[in-house]
Ligand binder design. Sequence first.
Ligand code: NOJ
Length: 498
Amino acid sequence: MNTKNQFSRRSFIGTAVAAGATLAAGGSSTVAAEHPRSQSTGGPGSFPKDFWWGSATAAYQVEGAAAEDGRGPSIWDTFSHTPGKTDGGDTGDVACDQYHRYAEDAKLMADLGVKHYRFSISWSRILPEGRGTVNEKGVDYYRRLVDALRQHGITPHATLFHWDLPQALQDRYAGWQSREVAGDFGDYAAAVAKRLGDRIKHWMTINETSSFAIGGYGVGKAGNKAPGIAVATEKARWQIVHNALLAHGAACQAIRAASPGRCSVATAEDYSSFVPLTETPENIAAARRAFVRDNRNGAILMPILTGQYDAGWLEDHRASAPDIADGDLKLIHQPLDGLGFNCYTGAYVRAADNPKGYETLPMFDGYPKGNMPWLNILPEAIYWGIRLVGEAANRKNLPIFISENGCADGALPSADELVRDTDRIMYYRAYLRQVQRAAAEGYPVIGYFSWSLLDNFEWACGYSKRFGLVRVNFKTQKRTPKLSYHWYQEVIRQNRVV
Ligand code: NOJ
């Protein structure tokens, strides 16, 4: 299929390509580009002035109201309603009911002191069929949400896709398995930016490509995330990833073309981070080598930021690399105003006398964890992730914000529902010190969104894992700030780790 033809039939593209060309040539009409270069101004230990203190959630995890006001089903509705797919058969039907309780949640944010809220927009609320007629009632919900935020001086940051693909597109052409999804995602992005661009200036296209594009599809077995499909080969999975990259590119163009005013376009990736076992020049060089060759970096982040799959990654994946059509890399490689880094964990690396020049150290069951099997606690990963990405992509001034960071807690509530989550405080404190280190050394880190504001629907784990600063009693919907909420409040107030 000819990609150029596929995308040029869409009305937004002509304008968008022109806009992209201006930006690539050095012009910028963006919000983030105006942000002052990151620097520590408040003395030792403090964060930069105007640092974005925020918190994050995602539509399917918090909104509920699954069948209200014309929302169409998403693949997560189908998956969570399939017996055996989620812990306890939990679904997002009600979740935190943020659809009705957004005003209360905005107030919780205001009391916390966050000035930025990252949330996602449900594609099937806006386009119940995934394409075609816009459901204006769905748009109105996000107007209400954003207006409530703005009443408290909280800046909205919207992600267009946080895993909840409209089921109609899954049924129509197998969703992310088809290149067609990129055009539909672009049209959806244009519809949203046109209608909400007066209120929302900060956009992220896609959240964690690998999580849904690899996690949703197993090779020879069902994936453990929606749509939970089995594919025959690794190559088929990388083709799905490639389709998601095309969708990212189409959405960047669409947002810029459709937004009524200046805006900032970013993406949010859980790219891999590598921590030199000791900070020697040899091990730091090893971390650089490991960084670009890694799956999530070499085949997702690098194409987005540089327009090329990493050569080492391609060498490692001769048989399984995706087919790349003419024009694909150009579409994928759109100018970005910022990069969201979802950071939870990482890997230790050191120099090694082997053809790659590095080895990663194994993680193991007994390694300290954030109450999730995959969440190895490695605070330095956030520093190295910020530092290495600019070097790897040769974009040393690219503004980076932590679009997610957090852990599940193991603490139980007492009778008054207060959760004494000292484990989360330990986790946040350690990671934030590393973010501060990066800022103090001059790396362009401009913000931090804790994951999550609220306990919420943790995908296949249902409600059994709690990532919130605020406890949600899912029987009563009562919100109770945890100890970590009060700790984070003080961090924000003092603009330093306390
Ligand atoms: C990353 C995902 O973006 C988010 O949806 C999820 O809840 C957290 N990781 C924790 O697993």
